[in-house]
Design a protein around this ligand. Sequence first.
Ligand code: A2P
Length: 329
Amino acid sequence: MADVEHSGVFAVPEVKLSSSSGHRHMPVIGMGLAADPFDEIALKQAVLESIRIGYRHFDTASLYGSEKPLGEALAEAIQLGLVSSREEFFVTSKLWVTDAHPDLVVPALQKSLRTLQLEYLDLYLIHWPISAKPGELRVSIPQEELQLMDYKSVWGAMEECQRLGLTKSIGVSNFSCKKLENIFSFATIPPSVNQVEMNPLWQQKKLREFCKATNVTVTAYSPLGASGTKWGSNHVLDNETLKEIAKAHGKTIAQVCLRWSYEQGATFVVKSFNKERMKQNLQIFDWELTKEDYEKINQIPQRRFLLNEGFISPNGPFKTLDELWDGEL
Ligand code: A2P
């Protein structure tokens, strides 16, 4: 497929989500809205700019603080006639760990909807496979406040959100194969999506195979390694193998990473508030990686960054790894 651009607007392919209401389709490229540093005005302007060039899929979370400016930007885009209606957008938000208790799920989603000024989400995700003592939304959670999640009842409440029409589809984030299997054992609405860290330096082969076999769409977060944030680094964008491949194709390293994600059948959420880079990140459909490129990419040493060095760190939100990953991935 070539990059299709009409009057400066790029077309982005979509994938159909399993088990969504109304056969919802997700654009394969989303705009990630976990911004650091965070600036409401810049975020709103960036979202408006992104809509002008073709972004329709936006990824936020109650934790990020970006629901409000995102909602304002979407409303303004409709008012300005940049899109014809809300239906054109695909909006994802996430349930934070302090709300991951059966009686708090529906109210948490209702709160997100009020903040976003929306009547429904396209996708609501359990942000992490862990619960914490209810209370204020905050990033850093002391060990003694972390709790095992009651998956069955929390997932039941997520299903209720979809049945009530508050979201078109439901899913999870940061779930291992084992945890997904657990959800499948009782789900009446199986998860449509698992959003996880994924890029050429953390390829998630086993998880992707499992998700493919069970019809769960994988969405890659940190497809560029979240460079420039306090939880990410330049380890992906500085990788020598990717640099070589990018040079050979006359593309940027970012485009190689994003094209790779796309060729794996994943969707991804990439954050850029810079107009040229936003545009560049949409231009990945008129070329492809070669067999030789794959031979090199498959040799890249694997390194999970966010859990090892970003989130599980003295400043990260979670001080324990065991329950999060089952030692499995
Ligand atoms: P900026 O917003 O200034 O473009 P991830 O999506 O993995 O979380 O990475 C986001 C980071 O990568 C942001 O710091 C963003 O900065 C930067 N970024 C996004 N697109 C590109 C690109 N095409 N080239 C280089 N850096 C990029």
